[in-house]
Design a protein. Structure first.
Length: 271
């Protein structure tokens, strides 16, 4: 492992409770890393620690050979963090929210040919943040976080509360940031299929320790899902990516679908 870019023995405790138990993994430029695991496994704690929101209990966050847990001035330049709740001021327009992060010249340049154009925030600049859809708010929050042109982007459940289309839209943007801009993207996701589809590396946490790490196909197996989440599943491959199907033997064996035609249905083209 190249220790110039790596997490090394990251630890965190709250009182006597050890929340992170020596997390170590290699990191790389342009990597899309998805963090998975059940509630309470330490995912959000790890991300908040790396973002500098909470202090570390030990270990190193090395990038370019520097420990960003120690060199916080460098970390503020290189690391951007998007928490679960979008950090926007609802009463301000999208433009005014962005102006809190960008000077006018860099904002206009990014809107015309840079990151904000790719995010598509120019479509709703005059709309107040409180009236934006969930997908628009996520895109705007990412745009704000990208103002300093970071090398590392940390996101806590960026697809939560989004419909399928906007989940795919946001994660596709994040994938493009890693592949085309060379940014290290670390994202928490409870949707294992979204995580597997758009990441190149998955890490599954359990009780504060790494249970599995590798490619999505290596990590997302029915054996790992059973061990970590306690549920049965089938895993199939679709377009070279693993896709998980949850199983519930008790429900599945007793389920009886309603007879066809029970409800009259109709469809019409969407306007």
């Amino acid at each position: 492992m190249d220790e110039r870019n790596a997490l090394i023995d990251i630890r965190k405790s709250y009182g006597k409770k050890e929340v992170l138990k020596g997390v170590t993994l290699p990191l790389g430029k342009g990597q899309a890393l998805a963090l998975a695991g059940p509630n309470g496994s330490g995912k959000s704690t790890l991300l908040r620690l790396l973002a500098g929101v909470i202090p570390s209990g030990g270990g190193e966050f090395r990038w370019r050979g520097e420990d960003l847990l120690v060199n916080r001035a460098l970390a503020r330049k290189l690391v951007a963090y998007v928490p679960q709740g979008t950090p926007l001021i609802d009463e301000l327009t999208a433009w005014d929210n962005l102006r809190l992060w960008y000077d006018r010249q860099s904002l206009e340049q990014s809107l015309s040919e840079g990151m904000l154009r790719q995010l598509g925030v120019g479509d709703f600049l005059k709309t107040t943040a409180g009236k934006l859809s969930g997908g628009m708010r996520k895109r705007l929050s990412i745009g704000c976080a990208m103002s300093g042109q970071p090398e590392i982007l940390l996101l806590d459940e960026p697809t939560s509360n989004l419909d399928i289309k906007h989940q795919m839209e946001v994660t596709r943007i994040l994938r493009d940031l890693s592949q085309k801009k060379g940014i290290l993207v670390i994202m928490i996701s409870h949707d294992l299929n979204i995580a597997a589809k758009y990441s190149d590396t998955m890490m599954m946490l359990a009780k504060g320790s790494i249970f599995a790490i590798g490619t999505p196909s290596e990590v997302l197996t029915k054996e790992n899902v059973k061990e970590v989440y306690g549920v049965d599943s089938d895993v199939v491959e679709i377009h070279g990516r693993p896709h998980i199907i949850m199983l519930d033997e008790e429900f599945d064996s007793s389920y009886s679908p309603l007879p066809e035609g029970t409800f009259a249905t109709s469809s019409r083209p969407m306007d």
